[in-house]
Design a protein around this ligand. Structure first.
Ligand code: SF4
Length: 369
């Protein structure tokens, strides 16, 4: 059995750790690229959301490297992610690929079913070994997300432009080559240390933006056209509303116990959106309010064309923009998105935020006299 999985930002590091610790033979799909998207677009329904198209491309690229089993997380709730696994299986079947699909649905109280799915994958039935591997994967995921956080902070402040990206890219190249939890964690620790010690330019005027929107688009750099690097180079520090490590904690550990770390966010969203409508629309609105209250300079929402929950959030965000006096930009991406156009919009938005910040600063100075 050779197992593969779809890409979703840093998730591949945790899945690699989990499966390697369980003694499973894996194929990590090549980094998402235009080829991945071309393959996926060719074989997927035209109007389906972008993540599914990229997933199909990931599978085909892994099948070419010998993968015969696919592991995917499931979802429930009113959004197309809920039937991704069924649709993906059908698409691959129609292409002549008969693969085993192992669906790791979030437990939602039913840990038994969850463990059965993991045992189907693992070379062990020992629950202790499985729990240990899961804990290591979770730790690795938090470690890689911490590298992201360090990079978000450093990029807009680095004295030598590009230093952070160099270390960041090198980590993602090297982590594919090392094997096992210990080696991954050593690399994580070393990369964090190096990024944190990059020399800063105290003169840089840093603008702060809250990045909100659909989880896959926020997390997968290929799909959002490396927005975090683009913004970092423009002197913007970002904070993402969703992180894969938080998603895992929420679905694997908290929700089965009827707990959530997002209650405060749902509360913030409540005046605009009182219930869960699928995807992360409620979090998009809630985090928009949170960032505004915390004094961020602006908000950018990113989502894939035809994403239903985010379309609803988009219709609400102008009200948040008005109520909290915070500029908001919406970017919708699909396989036709032109990078030059996107860059222009981002640059113009950052210019606007910087001008606004300057004006506010000058007004404050004047009112002090
Ligand atoms: S949240 Fe949006 S993009 Fe993601 S699966 Fe659901 S509909 Fe598609």
């Amino acid at each position: 059995m050779k197992v593969t999985f779809p890409h979703m930002g840093n998730q591949y590091v945790a899945t690699k750790v989990l499966l390697e610790e369980l003694g499973v033979d894996i194929v990590i799909p090549p980094q998402c690229s235009n080829d991945t998207l071309d393959i996926g677009t060719k074989h997927s329904p035209e109007s389906i959301c972008l993540p599914l198209k990229v997933n199909i491309g990931n599978y085909i690229e892994s099948i070419r490297q010998g993968a015969d089993t696919i592991v995917i997380t499931g979802s429930c709730g009113p959004c197309r992610f809920g039937y991704y696994s069924i649709l993906q299986k059908e698409i691959l079947k129609s292409m002549g690929h008969q693969l085993d699909f192992i669906l790791l649905d979030p437990p939602q109280g039913d840990y038994d079913k969850f463990f059965k799915s993991v045992t189907k994958l693992a070379n062990t039935k020992n629950p202790y070994s499985i729990i240990k591997a899961l804990a290591k994967a979770t730790k690795a995921l938090y470690g890689v997300d911490e590298i992201d956080d360090a990079a978000f902070y450093k990029r807009p402040r680095e004295r030598v432009m590009g230093s952070t990206d160099q270390l960041y890219d090198s980590f993602h190249k090297e982590v594919r080559k090392v094997k096992g939890y210990r080696a991954v964690m050593d690399l994580v620790k070393e990369t964090k240390r190096k990024i944190n010690s990059i020399e800063e330019d105290p003169e840089r005027d840093v603008v702060k933006i809250g990045l909100i929107g659909e989880i896959y688009t926020i997390i997968e750099p290929f799909v959002n056209l490396d927005i975090e690097k683009k913004l970092g180079a423009l002197g913007v520090e970002i904070n993402k509303s969703l992180k894969i490590s938080r998603w895992l904690t929420e679905h694997l550990y908290l929700q089965p116990l009827k707990l959530s770390s997002e209650k405060e966010i749902w509360q913030a969203a409540k005046p605009y959106l009182g219930s869960m409508i699928g995807g992360h629309a409620r979090e998009t609105v809630g985090y928009a309010v949170k960032y505004a209250k915390e004094g961020y300079d602006g908000l950018i929402q990113v989502y894939p064309f035809t994403c239903m929950p985010e379309i609803v959030a988009q219709s609400i965000l102008p009200s948040v923009e008005k109520d909290y006096n915070i500029p908001y930009l919406c970017l919708i991406v699909d396989e036709m998105t032109g990078e030059a156009g996107l860059n222009t919009r981002i640059e113009a938005f950052v210019d606007l935020l910087r001008r606004r910040k300057e004006l506010k600063h000058n007004e404050k100075l004047l009112s002090g006299y």
